[in-house]
Design a protein around this ligand. Structure first.
Ligand code: B12
Length: 342
């Protein structure tokens, strides 16, 4: 392996400059910066994974801590999208391997992580058809029937989409086309993807490149996934609206004036979190992993905390859900674990 020289890596100064340009919504400046890096000899995959991806993480952190508005985050992401397109344009490759379709799970709007992954594998010689955000299972299946593709790469960034990911994975399995699943929504080491029946899984694009190179040897060809433990996830999902309504009333009773006192974005973050807590509970029940739920509870408390919403209100919401779901033993256990970490 050749030694990495100072000029062939992305430096912390490059990253700082790039995030600053995103903060100023300076698209030309951002494209100029990556053009400069490519001219300096930085590998395009390094630009994508060591500049654009960590910068986007930092964008997420700034939004989470309330330092950046949603508008700033949207502007930054749109610029990173332009930057990825610019890298793709300046670094074209003649495909030497098969054709792969990359799509996001139905309801998953994080297209940029999937796009980064798609460009990385394209730079490694794969021919890529990129279908973008939120592709419903039926449309994906129709597409597979019309094109002769080597594999499907399914992207999921947020774990509350796992029930839909399961439907997509099951539908693709019927077509016989192998499916590689990836993205942070599939959990640590993408373990929930295998639980839902994916043939192979990876969190990051770099490991996925190795997995694709080893295709099909390292893949689990349509092995039957273990069935869900029971149907609690479906029964809880059906009660979503009633649960959210009960939680809203509990907040208004237990924390009078709280919701009215919040500004627009903080208020909508709190209101959305009521449904998201149910969605993550459903996903955690589906893959039977309490960490999925407790991690989200901790995340919610942190996000709401930076928006002046007390953690006790999250506890009150979980308490309301626990009372309403008294006859669901696994949901009870998850909710109790969620309340313990608050
Ligand atoms: C931009 C952004 C958005 C944009 C997305 C626009 C777009 N074009 O992508 C919009 C505004 C739509 C959005 C919406 C939401 N977002 Co958002 N978003 C982000 C942000 C800031 C950047 C995303 C990004 O570009 N990441 C790029 C890199 C960093 O992602 P990556 O996962 O490392 O990508 C690699 C791997 O995942 C892998 N990979 C990806 N796909 C695949 C596929 C395969 C097969 C393989 C093998 C690998 C692979 O390859 C990539 C390169 O290595 C992230 C912050 C973050 N840390 O990512 C939050 C973040 C993901 N969002 C978050 C949230 C909560 C939401 C919302 C729920 C907010 C809301 N209240 O509405 C919604 C959900 C929408 C939905 N249902 O999908 C949270 C998730 C928290 C959690 N606990 O899960 C994050 C982490 C923000 C935060 N810091 O808290 N978001």
């Amino acid at each position: 392996m050749p030694a990495v020289t100072a000029t062939s890596a992305v430096t912390s100064d490059d990253l700082r400059r790039y995030v600053e340009l995103l903060g100023h919504a300076d698209a030309d400046g951002a494209v100029d910066l990556v053009t400069e890096l490519l001219a300096r000899g930085v590998d395009p995959v390094t630009v994508l994974l060591d500049l654009v991806a960590p910068a986007q993480e930092s964008v997420g952190e700034r939004w989470a801590s309330g330092r950046w508005s949603i508008g700033q985050e949207h502007a930054a992401t749109s610029i990173s999208d332009q930057v990825v397109a610019a890298v793709a344009d300046r670094c074209r490759r003649t495909p030497t391997r098969g054709e792969i379709v990359v799509a996001c799970v139905d309801g998953e709007w994080h297209a940029l992580p999937a796009r980064l992954f798609a460009e990385v594998i394209r730079l490694h010689g794969w021919s890529v058809r990129f279908l973008g955000a939120s592709v419903p299972a039926a449309h994906l299946v129709t597409y597979l029937q019309r094109h002769d593709l080597r594999a499907v790469a399914l992207s999921c960034s947020v774990a509350d989409r796992l029930p839909r990911a399961r439907r997509v994975i099951e539908a693709v399995a019927m077509t016989g086309v192998p499916l590689l699943a990836g993205g942070r929504g599939f959990g640590p080491e993408a373990r929930w993807a295998l639980r839902l029946g994916a043939d192979a899984a990876a969190v990051g694009a770099r490991e996925a490149v190795d997995i694709l190179a080893s295709w099909p040897a390292a893949w689990r060809p349509h092995g039957d996934p273990p069935p869900p433990v029971d149907d609690e996830h479906e029964l809880v999902a059906r009660r979503r609206s009633a649960l959210v309504e009960a939680a809203g009333s509990a907040l208004d009773t237990g924390f009078p004036g709280l919701r009215r006192s919040l500004t627009g974005p903080a208020r909508s973050t709190l209101d959305e979190s009521l449904g998201q807590l149910v969605d993550f509970l459903v996903a955690a029940l589906l893959v039977d992993d309490v960490d999925l739920f407790t991690d989200f509870v901790a995340w919610t408390a942190r996000i709401l905390g930076t928006r002046d919403v007390p953690p006790a209100s999250v506890d009150a919401v979980l308490g309301t859900y626990a009372a309403a779901l008294y006859d669901f033993p696994r949901a009870q256990a998850q909710l109790a674990a969620g309340r313990r970490i608050l």
